[in-house]
Ligand binder design. Structure first.
Ligand code: SOE
Length: 372
């Protein structure tokens, strides 16, 4: 069986050497970051958490060399890259300190819960010359990259984009999580947590920008076991227009039974429809007027952009953690050579903050809102 040639990120890794990483906050997503650091051959030197006791159990969980305070990690000259995986409300302050201490930063989304803070962070990142990224990792599915290259290469601009992002991990009022509380998660939950991924993908794949938005947010559970009054949305429906006049719609929910992580989109232009399904990500569906087909990841004829992040032969599925590994590889190699065209930077985190603000405003005013 022949394997693919080594991917661009794997080749860059060999000239990069080993970088030292620190992770702040080690919940589900912190563990995903830890695996990605290791998979890329880098060194997980330090972890920190809300206190040293939690940091110590996190150290054991992910096998980091040391448990430290966040302050010590930020000022440690041996740390090259800081991964911020705390509850949302702490992201902006820590990201600012990390950049000011000369660290490259991967900051979980949302970069900040206000446009002002996200703007300041983006400015600071640009001024510092450091690598500063936000894990919009679904971009790294080769099928997504294939759709982007084909659409940008084609002579026709997409005129319609639609889909959904559905989950069920909050589908019972018994379930509690810090994301439900705006004091920790920020003012938007379903859009801020999953809607931003869908919108980021559709803008990335089409090269278009959403300019106007009209939103209905919904709350299925007005109360949860420890939360007498829930103030964040369980989901919603969104219609939008883009800078070239294309139209779109998105259905979002974190309370849809049986839907685990159902991110799905269809992007349609004159003569084509491209469909991507995150729960079946190794293939991209192509609809044409005379025939339909399925483009398999890794098959001959796929674009060089998709091939860059295709690390296994066709038929050996790549999944969520592989995307995360590719994203971390791209971020780390950007410290040496600039990243790939997929690399989501703080500017993309700022974009998500602008869209989130527009979503909340439209839902509140029950009207069309321009995205800043
Ligand atoms: C939880 O809703 C979550 O883990 C998000 O925080 C991620 O960003 C998304 O990729 C999957 O779901």
């Amino acid at each position: 069986m022949s394997t693919n040639t080594f991917s661009r990120s794997e080749i860059l890794k060999s000239s990069l050497g080993t970088l030292n990483a620190g992770i702040i906050g080690v919940g589900f997503i912190g563990e995903v970051h830890a695996r990605a650091i290791r998979a890329n051959g880098h060194n997980l030197l330090s972890v920190s958490a809300a206190n040293l006791e939690l940091a110590n159990s996190a150290r054991e969980k992910v096998g980091a060399t040391q448990a430290v305070t966040t302050q010590d990690m930020l000022s440690d000259p041996n740390i090259d890259v800081i991964h911020i995986c705390t509850p949302n409300i702490f992201h902006a302050e820590i990201a600012e300190l990390a950049l000011m201490n000369g660290k490259h930063v991967i900051c979980e989304k949302p970069l900040a819960v206000s446009i002002e803070d996200a703007t300041q962070l983006n400015d600071l990142a640009i001024k510092s010359g450091l690598v500063a990224t936000v894990p919009f990792i679904y971009r790294y599915y080769p099928s997504v990259l294939e759709a982007r290259s084909r659409i940008l290469r084609s002579n026709t601009t997409p005129n319609l984009m639609h889909g959904f992002y559905l989950q069920d991990w909050l589908a019972s009022s018994e379930v509690e999580n810090w994301r439900i509380d705006p004091a920790l998660g920020g003012p938007s939950r379903a859009f801020g947590d999953i809607g931003v991924h869908w919108v980021d993908l559709v803008e990335f794949v089409t090269g278009q920008r959403i300019t106007r938005i009209n939103v209905q947010l919904m709350r299925v559970f007005e109360a949860r076991s420890d939360t007498p009054s829930v103030n964040t949305e369980d989901g919603g429906t969104i219609i939008f227009e883009t800078n070239v006049g294309a139209q779109g719609s998105l259905v979002l929910s974190q309370v849809s039974a049986g839907r685990k992580n159902k991110l799905w989109f269809s992007i349609e232009g004159n003569g084509y429809s491209y469909v991507f399904d995150q729960e079946n990500p190794d293939s991209l569906w192509l609809g044409e007027v005379e025939s339909n087909s399925t483009i398999m990841r890794g098959s001959s004829g796929t674009s060089s952009l998709a091939a860059q992040f295709s690390n296994l032969p066709a038929g050996h599925p790549q999944g969520y953690q592989d995307c995360f590994n590719s994203f971390v590889a791209d971020t780390y190699s950007a410290t040496l050579s600039g990243g790939s065209e997929a690399l989501p930077k703080f500017a993309d985190g700022l974009r998500a903050a602008k869209l989130t603000t527009a979503v909340l405003e439209s839902s509140k005013t029950q009207s069309w809102v321009e995205v800043k």
